[in-house]
Structure formats: structure tokens, C-alpha cells
Ligand binder design. Structure first.
Ligand SMILES: Nc1ccn([C@@H]2O[C@H](COP(=O)(O)OP(=O)(O)OP(=O)(O)O)[C@@H](O)[C@H]2O)c(=O)n1
Ligand SMILES: C[C@](O)(CO)[C@H](O)COP(=O)(O)O
Length: 235
């Protein structure tokens, strides 16, 4: 039984961490460290204790850092393939799919997601878009057309599912050679209801160097490494 106790049956956290981090350019991104801990270590630590097991998909030839409370499998050539392999590596009733690249995962968000899954069997964290959006003109560089942000949400992870439901959606996507960038969309494309759960700005995905700088700063705060002088945080 999960310590969260929202769900009947067992729950597994499945962490796709087999990416090459091309846009960051520092090698396998899950192993990049912020504040002395890898993105992977931070993502696993945020889930251990809230689920019954944690499984990580790693690049071929790589191993989990010592002390990480999870087991590892070899990931696929795409995130979609890595998740499919993770789904087949567990018999849990419910699964949480969480990018290792989103290392700052508040417990409150995990609990809210776990509570949302039973209604439809599929839920994802997401944030309402707060910026003005524009579609660039041509190859980019110039303002093209305004895109209304009304009703738009930016999808984050974790995403939570009845495992059988997501297995079926992945199988259909594979049979139809449909490539997707996330998992909830695979359920929605088949007409399944997906609950949107309020995410958190701290759940940003470390994708580029700018994100890494933000992650370094947040890691200091999260790890309580800020020096406080007269009530002010000092870097
Ligand atoms: N074949 C892959 C590709 C991606 N991922 C994982 O999926 C998450 C989101 O992917 P992304 O942020 O795009 O990571 P990368 O693919 O490593 O980045 P890039 O696209 O810049 O190469 C990451 O935790 C990444 O490790 C994975 O498990 N298997
Ligand atoms: C799954 C995801 O994090 C939801 O926003 C996103 O789609 C991953 O995209 P990436 O290009 O694989 O980083």
C-alpha cells in the first residue's frame, strides 16, 4: 500500500532518464549535477516514500548513482520508447511518469496528482500559461501572429495513470507509428479524459543552459544552503 493511501493497489514511479541532453550539451542530462546532486537523484528522492517502487530508464551502459532507492532498466531511442519499456518493467496498478529533467517536485503536487487519477485513470500536472504567446513569422525572428493564451496550459510532469490504460495507449500509438512528446496526450488522442492538476513553477524542465542556472539557484534554496544575513538570503 502506498504511503499516500489514495489508491487501491500498488503505485510505481517511472522515471525516463535515458535522454542525451542535446540541447544542454553536457552529456546525459539526468546525471548533470546541481548543488552537488544529479537531476536524477533529486527526482527519485522526491518520489521515494510516496510510491511502492521507483524504476528509472537510463542510457545504455550507465548505472544508477550509489544510494539511489530505485532500480534501473535500459531506455529507448525516444522518450516514448523509454516510457513503454518502463511500463513493461512493473506490474503496479498505477504509474506516475516523471521526467528526471524536472528535479524540483513538491510533495504536495505528487499527492494532488495521486488523488486525481482514480476519477478518469489519467491525470497530468500543468500550469496555466501566464505569458503572452506569439507564433513567429516564417523561420522565426519576427512577430507573426498572437496566439490567445485563454484556456492554454503548459503540460509538466509527473503524469499519472492506471497502468493498463497507458499500456493500451502506447500500444496503439506504436501500431499507428504515432510519435508523442508526452503520455497524457496518448490517452487524449483516443478520446480518454485526462484531468489537469495544478502544477508548480518549480517543476520547470532543465533543457538549456539558462534552465541549469535557475536550477542551481533553486537547489541552494531547496537544500537550505542560502546564507541568511539579517534575514536576507546571501548567495
Ligand atoms: N530516449 C529518451 C529521451 C528522453 N528521455 C527522458 O525524457 C525526459 C524529457 O526529455 P528531454 O528533456 O528532451 O531530455 P533529452 O532528450 O535528454 O534532451 P534533448 O532533447 O535536449 O536531447 C528526460 O528526463 C529524458 O532523460 C528518455 O528517458 N529517453
Ligand atoms: C513530457 C514533457 O515534459 C511534458 O511537457 C515534455 O513533452 C517533454 O518534452 P521533451 O522534448 O522530451 O523534453
Amino acid at each position: 500500500m502506498t504511503s499516500a493511501c489514495f489508491l487501491a493497489g500498488t503505485t510505481a514511479a517511472l522515471i525516463p532518464a535515458a535522454g542525451s541532453g542535446t540541447r544542454l550539451g553536457m552529456g546525459p542530462k539526468a546525471f548533470v549535477q546541481v548543488g552537488g546532486k544529479s537531476l536524477l537523484e533529486r527526482s527519485v528522492a522526491a518520489l521515494v516514500g510516496l510510491v511502492d517502487e521507483v524504476i528509472v530508464a537510463l542510457p545504455e551502459g550507465m548505472e544508477l548513482p550509489a544510494g539511489v532507492a530505485a532500480r534501473a532498466i535500459v531506455g529507448g531511442q525516444t522518450r516514448q520508447e523509454s516510457v513503454e519499456r518502463l511500463l513493461h518493467a512493473t506490474s503496479a496498478d498505477m504509474v506516475l511518469i516523471h521526467d528526471a529533467a524536472r528535479p524540483f517536485l513538491p510533495e504536495s503536487v505528487v499527492l494532488a496528482l495521486l488523488e486525481a487519477i482514480p476519477e478518469t485513470g489519467a491525470a497530468t500536472v500543468a500550469l496555466p500559461v501566464a505569458d503572452t504567446l506569439v507564433r513567429a513569422a516564417g523561420a522565426g525572428g519576427d512577430w507573426g501572429e498572437l496566439v490567445t493564451r485563454e484556456g492554454l496550459w503548459a503540460v509538466q510532469t509527473p503524469q499519472g495513470f492506471r497502468r493498463e490504460l497507458l499500456l493500451e495507449a502506447h500500444a496503439k500509438a506504436k501500431a499507428e507509428a504515432h510519435a508523442a512528446t508526452d503520455d497524457a496526450g496518448l490517452i487524449a488522442r483516443l478520446g480518454g479524459r485526462v484531468r489537469l492538476v495544478q502544477g508548480d513553477a518549480r517543476l520547470f524542465k532543465v533543457t538549456t543552459a539558462g534552465d541549469l542556472a535557475l536550477a542551481e539557484a533553486l537547489a541552494k534554496d531547496v537544500d537550505g544552503q542560502w546564507l541568511m544575513v539579517d534575514g536576507e538570503k546571501q548567495p
